[in-house]
Design a protein around this ligand. Structure first.
Ligand SMILES: [Zn+2]
Length: 253
């Protein structure tokens, strides 16, 4: 299992950075986790769109979905050119397939074109899906817009928090995974409560309670001191901990 960080910065990526987006390679398959601004450009450094198996979306805040339309236009070109035949699956939270199609129509009437090659599926909390050879499960995290964490089991196991709070089910989602990729977007506990995010300390608390193998912190402000976040998390989590940035690769052997 190999995770490439395409974007780890929010809400405004600086030069060369991108909003949240991660390429997961496992069992010979390639899945895109979230699709924020700048992700599709960076993704193509690693894999052509023709070889992407599908996309999973944690929630519909703009920093996690802005490039869904860029992805759709890219796939559309491949289908029209006969370079891709399989329909492309996108998994979205409950209610958000409808939102995607409405937005797609309102910004240019593209839904009939996109429906010819996209399959949007709304997952349910706690539902389990077999995506090719990868098993995915979705757990609500208490962040707005029906946000869910994604647990993925391929040749190794990963939990991606999306955006999360301590009031959801992130500990259950992450139970004993090899790697927890966890947002640490809040600078302190008061702002975590107000903005429905986690601090690095809270991410470490989840990692320790869930008994994960490794913790990777993400979702930082551009220019934020990421090493300070690692030190903060290390007070509560004794396993391997890092703070990711664009182009980092985490390989789980
Ligand atoms: Zn976010």
């Amino acid at each position: 299992m190999r995770l490439t960080i395409l974007g780890a910065t929010s809400p405004v990526p600086g030069p060369g950075e991108a909003n949240p987006g991660y390429l997961l390679e496992t069992n010979g398959e390639r899945w895109l986790l979230d699709c924020g601004s700048g992700v599709i450009s960076r993704l193509q450094r690693y894999v052509p769109l023709s070889q992407l198996n599908g996309c999973l979306i944690t929630h519909f805040h703009p920093d996690h979905i802005a490039d869904l339309w860029t992805l759709s236009f890219g796939l559309g070109r491949l289908f029209l050119a006969g370079q891709r035949e399989e329909r492309f699956p996108i998994y979205v939270p409950p209610g958000y397939a409808t939102v995607f199609w409405e937005l797609t129509d309102r910004v240019g009437g593209f839904s009939s074109l996109f429906r010819s090659f996209l399959d949007l599926t709304e997952y349910r909390p706690h539902s389990t899906w077999l995506l090719g050879r990868t098993v995915a499960e979705f757990y609500p995290t208490g962040h707005p817009l029906a946000a869910h964490a994604i647990r993925l089991e391929g040749d190794r196991s990963l939990c991606y928090s999306g955006d999360a709070t301590l009031h959801g089910e992130l500990v259950a989602a992450a139970a004993h995974v090899d790697l927890l990729l966890c947002e640490a977007g809040a600078p302190d506990a008061a702002q975590a409560e107000e903005t429905h995010h986690l601090t690095a300390t809270m991410a470490a608390q989840v990692a320790a309670e869930a008994g994960v193998g490794e913790l990777a912190l993400t979702h930082f402000l551009s220019g934020e001191d990421r090493q300070a976040k690692v030190h903060e998390a290390a007070r509560l989590f004794s396993g391997r901990c890092r703070a990711v940035r664009e182009d980092d690769v985490i390989a789980l052997a």
